[in-house]
Design a protein around this ligand. Structure first.
Ligand code: MLT
Length: 324
């Protein structure tokens, strides 16, 4: 009997050593980072900038896969239900991790209790942007125009639960115009093309994808919904300066893995993200696009997890009751 127990213990020890060795060799093949929106939008842009540098640290390519649909929940579901081995991770955001659970009652993932946060990749301030020749000249005129033209104004968003949907839902709630003609896209990248070509009137979007277009004057920005102006767009007033102080919302993008991902693997991903965000070239590219660099705490799984929960608690009551 004693021999049998010892034999079993030896087998278990061997198996554990084997799995630890396998994990310490991680990664042995490319890692897929799922972006749950179309290419060219803010999530895709941040994932590609950060992922490229993480590939150098990890010694394996981080391959971006765009899996769009259902406000980002299709791609995040795929990532979070994958084998928890570190080879499938996701770049999500305020929408997919903090807003979607309140907007999709049957959601197949739980960002608070059923996910392994890796870390925040960047804060992404929200701008109210419009096609260049949209009648209202400034935010005050925009507010008055939207209130009196609810059946006429077209709003673009990236699906229920996305950041653009969430942040415009909050805006419309504050303006008392819960329903406008909303057009859903597979991401704000394609929506931005239609804004530039004048087919859509306005949207609420993350600074990362619109900054260049605002600078190039192909679209106009009424305001940034942050307490401070962005160094990337110093001429765009804050909502407070432009006459709508109650409209303040901070969006963000961050990386997560399926729950159950081994700690050694999580540590490698956390380290690779941290190194990417410390890299001067990466920092410059992100800052030029208006990204707010995450604090040391927010780059950790615990800090990022706390941010996801804080924003979910804040947004859930309003979003659960909002028209979909
Ligand atoms: C995108 O990458 O297209 C956006 O993050 C979509 C959104 O959530 O508005």
């Amino acid at each position: 009997m004693k021999k049998l127990v010892l034999g079993l213990a030896a087998t278990v020890a061997l198996a554990l050593t084997g799995s630890a060795q396998a994990q310490s060799k991680y990664p042995e093949k490319p890692i897929t980072m799922i972006v749950p929106f179309a290419a060219g939008g803010p999530t895709d842009i941040i994932a590609r900038i950060v992922g490229e540098n993480m590939s150098k640290t990890l010694g394996q390519q981080v391959v971006i896969e765009n899996v769009a649909g259902a406000g980002g929940t299709t791609g995040i579901t795929r990532a979070l239900t994958a084998t928890p081995d570190g080879y499938t991770i996701a770049m999500g955001h305020l929408g997919t991790f903090s807003a979607a659970p309140a907007t999709y009652p049957g959601l197949k993932y739980d960002p608070i209790n059923g996910m392994q946060p890796i870390g925040l990749a960047g804060g992404t301030p929200i701008l109210i942007v419009a096609r260049k020749n949209f009648e209202p000249k400034d935010l005050k005129e925009f507010v008055a125009y939207v209130k009196t033209n609810t059946d006429k104004v077209n709003e673009a968003h990236a699906g229920v639960g996305s950041v653009s949907w969430t942040t415009c839902t909050l805006l419309k709630g504050q303006l008392g115009v819960p329903k406008l003609n909303a057009v859903a896209y597979r991401g704000t990248g394609p929506a931005l093309n239609d804004l530039v070509s004048g087919q859509i009137d306005f949207m609420c979007d993350q600074i990362v994808s619109v900054a260049e277009q605002v600078k190039a004057d192909t679209i106009k920005a009424y305001a940034i919904a942050s307490t401070e102006r962005s160094p990337a767009l110093p001429n765009v007033p804050t909502t407070k300066e432009a006459g709508l102080p109650e409209y303040q919302i901070e969006a963000w993008n961050g990386i997560a893995a399926p729950k159950g991902t081994p700690k050694e693997v999580v540590d490698r991903l956390v380290d690779a993200l941290d190194k990417a965000l410390k890299d001067e070239g990466v920092k410059k590219r992100l800052l030029d696009l208006g990204t707010v660099m995450p604090s040391a705490e927010e780059r950790t799984p615990a800090g990022f997890g706390a941010l996801i929960k804080r924003d979910a608690d804040k947004l859930s009551p309003t979003l659960a009751a909002a028209p979909k």
